[in-house]
Ligand binder design. Structure first.
Ligand code: NAD
Length: 509
């Protein structure tokens, strides 16, 4: 049995320990979730939503305590923990309370006249047991939102939170016990990679994974063995594009928040900043002034807390060292010590597109800035990345901003703002290219956890159909004539077709 002990990364304070789930516990938990599926999937949606309402009330009542515990688990500023983990979660719950009935009700779709008198609809059917595997940077909402979305859609869930923030996993387990949901509907398995692998091997009916590209690929390969559907929410290297006509002060404030919130440990952080050369000197002055003013330290007081994962320090260190060795200049910051969980906000100039700092996900408070001279150039630069999660375009020219936004290879785009697309629960969220596969939030957030079953219904009163045996010459004439009339250039009937249709219709009864 492996015991994981955990500390507050900001203070080093020991927070506790837990025992990793064994392979046998993973199998048992999966069996338990399977048994619970039958009754949960047939529980009315209204009743399922009632559980959610209780959970929302509980979360609101205990929101500040939860935020405090998340801050202890991650080193993030407690205000950010409240805004981005608690507020976003309750807002999403409320959104689904209001909209799930409409989103999950059977959807009647048109049926063409050729198929008369049939009717068609889509039935959204729960998939079974959903495995949710989550990361450490937003350990609460990136676990709880997919779990709840899957539950609303009628699935049972097994969650494996990150081993880097185990206390957040324990907190989520307590939350589900506090409501309480029926036995087996949600289970939490604590542990690291091996527990995640065992969960995938236990053949859930869907895997919802949030984490790194490397792990996403491994999970997809393992899932392919049994053709388990996967949704992958992976990393990013998000570009921010500032045109010369942008509100520069707003853009500088946005860049500082977008790059340094949660110490840059955001999949949608501003990781590449492109500024039009004409406004670059002024923009650099503004962005530097604002970054210098940030207060870093105790997460209960400051604006920037500590890093969460020690492992991440090494990656940030290597990106920074490579950039500085190749001519990049640190306007502020520029040092990463592997002995400290605090990294000062860093702004880099003189970077080039081939540097790791502009190519790979850094996931730290580092803001590299480049200039551009034309719209065409900046679109090419922004798209020259294997990632495509979020991007932002800054300009007062609405037409230009939209034109550029639509040409970016990115799952989500913000205009004159950063990251915020995620905050609207009506919008689907997900990446393109190496940033992932699939969408959640919005209607997709429920449909992602269902099979869309196509149902077509005939009244069943005629003895045969026009396409059935026995085949006749008239059937052929009818289909050729119909094809010409319905889809051809000259939409004309001829007597031969009408005669064939008449004789074929008579054969139906
Ligand atoms: P990670 O891939 O190391 O781990 C994520 C989870 O997968 C953890 O729970 C881990 O225990 C588990 N895991 C690891 N190997 C596994 C395996 N072989 N089989 C099954 N499970 C396994 O990612 P991380 O370091 O926790 O998270 C940071 C990454 O997540 C960054 O790349 C970040 O951009 C990305 N992220 C993406 C989004 C998004 O919505 N697109 C959101 C947050 C974070």
């Amino acid at each position: 049995m492996t015991v994981i002990s955990f500390q507050n990364p900001a203070t080093g304070e020991q927070l506790g320990s837990l025992t990793e789930a064994t392979p046998e516990q993973v199998r048992q938990t999966m069996d338990h979730a399977r048994s619970a599926f039958k009754s949960w999937s047939t529980t009315s949606l209204a009743q399922r939503l009632h559980y959610l309402e209780q959970l929302r009330h509980y979360l609101v009542e205990h929101g500040e305590q939860f935020a405090h515990k998340i801050s202890q688990a991650t080193g993030k500023v407690s205000l950010e923990a409240f805004m981005t983990e608690i507020f976003v979660t309750v807002d999403t719950i409320r959104f689904y309370e209001k909209n799930a009935q409409r989103m999950l009700s059977p959807q009647v779709v048109p049926t063409s006249l050729v198929l008369w008198p049939k009717k068609s609809y889509i039935h959204y059917k729960p998939m079974g047991v959903v495995a949710v595997i989550s990361p450490w940077n937003y350990p609460f909402q990136l676990s709880v939102i997919p779990v709840l979305s899957a539950l609303i859609a009628g699935n049972t869930v097994v969650l494996k939170p990150s081993e880097i923030t185990p206390s957040a996993g324990l907190m989520i387990e307590e939350l589900f016990r506090a409501v309480p949901l029926p036995d087996g509907v949600v289970s939490v398995l604590h542990g690291g990679r091996e527990v995640g692998q065992a969960l995938v091997a236990a053949r859930p009916d869907k895997i919802f994974f949030t984490g790194s590209v490397a792990t996403g690929k491994k999970i997809m390969a393992a899932a392919a063995e049994h053709l388990i559907p996967v949704e992958l929410e992976l990393g990013g290297k998000d570009p921010m594009i500032v045109f010369e006509d942008a509100h520069l002060e707003r853009a500088a404030n946005g860049a500082v928040w977008g790059a340094f919130t949660n110490s840059g440990q955001v999949c949608m952080s501003v990781e590449r900043l492109y500024v039009h050369e004409r406004v670059y000197p002024e923009f650099l002055r503004l962005v530097t002034e604002k970054a210098v003013a940030l207060r870093q330290g105790d997460p209960l007081e400051a604006e920037i807390g500590s890093m969460t994962s020690h492992q991440q320090l090494g990656i940030i260190h290597s990106h920074l060292e490579e950039a500085l060795a190749n001519g990049a200049k640190a306007v502020i910051g520029g040092q990463v010590s592997l002995d400290s969980m605090y990294i000062a906000p860093t702004i880099l100039t003189d970077v080039t597109s081939d540097m790791k700092i502009m190519q790979e996900e850094t996931f730290g408070p580092i803001l590299p800035i480049m200039t551009f001279s034309s719209e065409e150039e900046v679109i090419r630069l922004a798209n020259s990345s294997p990632y495509g999660l979020n991007a932002s375009v800054w300009s007062k020219d609405k037409i230009k901003a939209q034109r550029v936004a639509e040409q970016l290879e990115s799952g989500n785009v913000c205009i004159n703002d950063v990251i915020i697309s995620y905050a609207n629960p009506n919008l689907p969220f997900g990446g393109v290219k190496q940033s992932g596969i699939g969408r959640y939030r919005g209607p997709s957030g429920l449909h992602a956890f269902t099979h869309s079953i196509s149902v077509i219904r005939d009244p069943g009163t005629r003895k045969r159909e026009v396409n059935w045996y026995p085949y006749t010459k008239d059937q052929e004439l009818m289909f050729v004539g119909l094809t010409n009339f319905l889809f051809g250039k000259k939409r004309k009937w001829n007597r031969q077709t009408i005669g064939a249709i008449w004789r074929e219709v008579k054969r139906l009864f």
